[in-house]
Ligand binder design. Structure first.
Ligand code: PMP
Length: 429
């Protein structure tokens, strides 16, 4: 048993033994010692309703008893073995994913993190097309490894500024389908025009375009309905694959099993992580038989698809299905969004409320983002004191982010909105 050191002790050890790249939302970050579905408990026993779930980390709730029980049973039976032998949980999970994945996507390669899933998807796209280049959207986020960071447009998450230099990787960024103050259709049209220009110039050297269907860390950006169908049709004209990064949006978060499905678009490769393990590391990329057939040389992930995380994945999918979590997410998302819109009528600082399902953002002071970001820091502190954890994101960190575990209830949403009302009253006065 560890000797109890408390939040100050943890911060001190972090500063001594971790890399200095860590950042915090709070002046005094709470030390979380216990999780229970939509709730987390601090070292002092204080209960927090988790409206951020660590960006969809424990999407089916913290320590969800159904999922924890099956995971623990597997942990006691067989933790792992070399991929040279046969085990059943990973093939069951792959089969199960084939059922819920869109279109003909039915081949799955298991890995351990979102970055690794995108890295694998990009490798697969290169293997299949024999081309090297990538297109990505500005302000997107795709991971922490070198290749995935090089398609990450959000500069905040590019640890190596050299990657922003032209030529570091064969990546072309185009504007995302959103710009503050610009009509949604006009902004999306600009993005399409830029895509057309890149494809006309060098489409035959591009392996894939990687996109988040709804940008998460970029500030919860939902494009107009016509945008992605048009993107897909253009890519097809040039034999460029679409990699759909559903790492943040997948498994019900947006009120659909996968966000891209809301526009009827079937990508060529899809990547999944976060919610699939609801706290246990598991991730994957999936594609069609035809694309998968290009990946033949030996490759295996040591921990990818191990029996324990595969059983967790199966338990997560069972839970989502048995409890109608996808529909629940759509329904509560509406409640959350209409509550936030009411607040936006009262406070002109709330310039926009947007999102889908339980992936919702409220932008503060879009015309003065530095002020918005400063206000958000205060709102987060007030909310934490009232027992609610919410997040922030956006290019200028001026978007309040609400991404609770899908098990949240209508009452939790109501209570959170009440706390937000009181917090805004204090912060805006
Ligand atoms: N893609 C998206 C859309 C993400 O939100 C994230 C994580 N924030 C990643 C990729 C990287 O995932 P991981 O941290 O598991 O490597």
């Amino acid at each position: 048993m560890h000797q109890y050191i408390g939040p100050e002790g943890v911060l001190e050890k972090r500063s001594q033994y971790f890399y200095p790249c860590t950042s915090y939302f709070y002046r005094n970050p709470p030390q979380i010692v216990k999780g229970e579905m939509q709730y987390m408990y601090g070292h002092d026993g204080k209960r927090y309703t988790d409206f951020f779930a660590g960006v969809s980390v424990c999407a089916s709730g913290h320590c969800n008893p159904d999922i924890a029980k099956r995971t623990a049973e597997q942990l006691k039976t067989l933790q792992h073995t070399c991929t040279l032998y046969l085990t059943q949980p990973n093939v069951d999970l792959a089969e199960r994913l084939a059922d819920v994945l869109p279109g003909e996507l039915r081949r799955t390669f298991f890995v351990n993190s979102g970055s690794e899933a995108n890295e694998g998807a990009m490798l697969l796209a290169r293997l299949h097309t024999g081309r090297k280049g990538f297109i990505a959207l500005e302000q997107g986020l795709h991971g922490r490894t070198y290749l995935t960071m090089s398609v990450t447009g959000l500069t905040m998450w590019r640890a190596d500024p050299q990657l922003a230099q032209p030529g570091a990787e064969d990546v072309t960024f185009i504007p995302r389908p959103y710009e503050y103050g610009v009509d949604a259709d006009v902004a999306a049209r600009r993005s399409i025009d830029a895509l057309k220009a890149v494809l006309a110039e060098k489409g035959d050297s591009i392996a894939a375009m990687i996109v988040e269907p709804i940008q998460g860390n970029g500030g919860i950006i939902v494009p107009p309905d016509w945008y992605f169908p048009e993107v897909k049709a253009l890519l097809e004209q040039y034999g460029v694959l679409m990699i759909d990064d559903e790492i943040q949006t997948g498994f019900g978060r947006t009120g659909e099993m996968f966000a891209m499905s809301r526009w009827g678009v079937v990508p060529d490769i899809i990547t999944m992580a976060k919610a699939l393990g609801s706290g246990i590391p598991i991730a994957a990329f999936a594609s069609t038989d035809k694309i998968a057939a290009s990946f033949t040389r030996p490759s295996a992930s040591t921990f990818g698809g191990n029996p324990v995380s595969s059983v967790t994945g199966l338990a997560v999918l069972d839970y989502i299905e048995a409890h109608g979590m996808v529909e629940h997410s759509a329904k509560l998302g509406e409640q959350l969004m209409s509550g936030l819109r009411e607040l936006a009528e009262r406070y002109r600082e709330i310039s926009d409320v947007r999102g889908a399902g339980l992936m919702v953002g409220a932008e503060l002071c879009a015309d003065d983002p530095a002020r918005g970001a400063a206000l958000i820091d205060e709102v987060l502190e007030e909310m934490k004191d009232r027992g609610f954890i919410i997040g922030k994101n956006g290019v200028d960190r001026n978007v309040l982010a609400f991404q609770p575990p899908l098990v949240i209830t209508a009452q939790d949403v109501e209570e959170m909105l009440n706390a937000l009302r009181s917090s805004l009253q204090i912060v805006m006065s």
